[in-house]
Design a binder for this molecule. Sequence first.
Ligand SMILES: [Zn+2]
Ligand SMILES: [Zn+2]
Length: 179
Amino acid sequence: MSIRMSPSLFYHDFVVYPVLILSSLVLAFRGATVSEALLSVATILFGYAVWTLVEYALHRIMLHHVPGLAEMHKAHHDAPKALIGTPTLISLMAFAGLAFWPAVELAGLHLASAGMAGLLAGYLSYALAHFAIHNLSMGRSRWAPTLKRHHALHHYRGDERNFGVTTRIWGRLFGTFVQ
Ligand SMILES: [Zn+2]
Ligand SMILES: [Zn+2]
């Protein structure tokens, strides 16, 4: 779900998610042995990788083809610089109910927290990158203009391409990548 928001609501993600990521890291590593810590690091990377696929799938399937959500997302395509996004409370409930709770049941609090740290870091990267792509000048860094161009092609050269925002790998794999 994405809606047009006031600046104070829109920027909540950038405060709430860093705090949650740090809290998840504390839960993941507190009292851990070396081998448990290594497993947590691997799980963080796994959580981040899972996010990149979720980001691709959510955008390609939900935001472009599910009635209701597609109309909300079209508002972003029509006004890319507008503060349109998912309210923090909604994304928090989705992460808690669809990821954290099942992960705790499956793998216990330590590993679930590690996975959440990676997953939420992925979500925060996405939120920051998408905001920066549309609203900030990209300077001289190498990757930023590449991601900006990648996403610009999604907006302006037909919607059915380049669904990944932070990565291009899933588009290459699933045949939706153009450059
Ligand atoms: Zn966009
Ligand atoms: Zn789109």
